[in-house]
Design a protein around this ligand. Structure first.
Ligand code: ADP
Length: 322
């Protein structure tokens, strides 16, 4: 698949929309570090209330882009509008409206979770009730009296998110909050993140987990070499990529030569655990397989966001990305 231009139909182009005021509008944003073109002409609009994902290989420019939106870095050129204003030069009125969780979120480890949040709340000149609401919104109320240093990794990440929420920001930047979490803790955090979205907040979410982007994000921008390689809802990105379905048949059930004769089968490969049939007409092919050998044990695999990502980043065509 070739790289696609950002989709216009999905609102990828900049410009306010009367029905959906924009939380972020970037237009032609560039940023260089010496010879490195870290952000190379990015234009996008994130409507208020959207859960917006940023994915891409290391070095693609995601952090730089997010830091430009947060007002931590100045774009070399292009326009940056966040919640109706420019985040640069330092915009003191904007800061309380933004929440930022980073990989290196700082904690007061000797305090309890509740004391930590009350301290953060005081820094934002808000009150203990706000700290309590933030604690509850990430499901940590019953662990409020646990010292931060004694919290599990998953609960600490929730606390990092609560710290970014305590002043009730409209726009939240989350940077890989599920990194280093076990699968159960990840799923628990997904639940917390869905609830945040349910509260109507706008979330800009950087992740390396494609399944997570697929499950959580309304739209995802795949960033490659400082540019948007694709931007759309996960479902549309997947639908627009590889429509091939893979049917996996347990070994010994169907002869490869016979499988190649089935109408609608484009390709057959013999893998150690399965005979794999690729088709654009899964319904028709499944019906034939049903007649020939029955469907027991036959598995169906359609494309995922990870397949789209690997194709766009070139990882399907060469050595793995760092
Ligand atoms: P990502 O977050 O996708 O990993 P970054 O925005 O961190 O990407 O980096 C994009 C490119 O810019 C990389 O080539 C990186 O080495 C370079 N870069 C990032 N920050 C700096 C900096 N402060 N000085 C010089 N180069 C930088």
């Amino acid at each position: 698949m070739t790289r696609t231009a950002p989709s216009t139909a999905s609102g990828a182009q900049p410009g306010p929309d009367r029905d959906h005021p924009a939380a972020v509008v970037l237009d032609g944003v560039h940023k260089r570090y010496g010879d490195t073109h870290a952000v190379d002409g990015v234009s996008l609009t994130v409507p208020c209330g959207e859960f917006f994902g940023l994915v891409g290989p290391n070095g693609a420019g995601k952090t730089t882009l997010v830091e430009i939106m947060e007002g931590q870095r100045k774009a070399d050129s292009g326009t940056v509008n966040v919640l109706g204003g420019s985040p640069w030069p330092r915009n003191a009125a904007l800061l309380p409206r933004l929440g930022v969780q980073t990989q290196s979120s700082a904690f007061f480890v000797r305090l309890t979770a509740r004391e930590h949040l009350r301290t953060v709340a005081a820094l934002y000149r808000t009150d203990d009730a706000a700290a309590e609401r933030a604690l509850a919104s990430v499901g940590l109320t019953e662990h409020g009296d646990t010292r931060v240093g004694d919290l599990s990794g998953g609960r600490r990440q929730r606390l990092a998110i609560a710290s970014a929420l305590v002043h009730e920001p409209e726009l939240i930047f989350l940077d890989e909050p599920t990194a280093a979490l076990d699968p159960q803790a990840r799923r628990d955090l997904w639940h917390v993140l869905r609830e945040l979205k349910g509260e109507g907040r706008t979330i800009i979410y950087t992740t390396h987990h494609l399944d997570e982007a697929e499950a959580l994000c309304d739209r995802v921008a795949i960033i490659v070499d400082g540019s948007i390689a694709a931007l759309d809802s996960p479902a549309r990105l997947i639908a627009g990529s590889n429509p091939t379905t893979r049917l996996l048949i347990p070994p010994g059930r169907l002869d490869a030569a016979r499988a190649r004769e089935i109408d609608g089968v484009d390709r057959v490969t013999e893998e150690p655990d399965a005979l794999v049939l690729e088709t654009l007409e899964s319904g028709r092919v499944l019906s034939t397989i049903d007649q020939l050998i029955g469907l027991q044990g036959v598995q169906t695999r359609t494309a995922s966001l990870e397949d789209v990502y690997l194709t766009l980043t070139g990882a399907n065509n060469g050595p793995p990305q760092p």
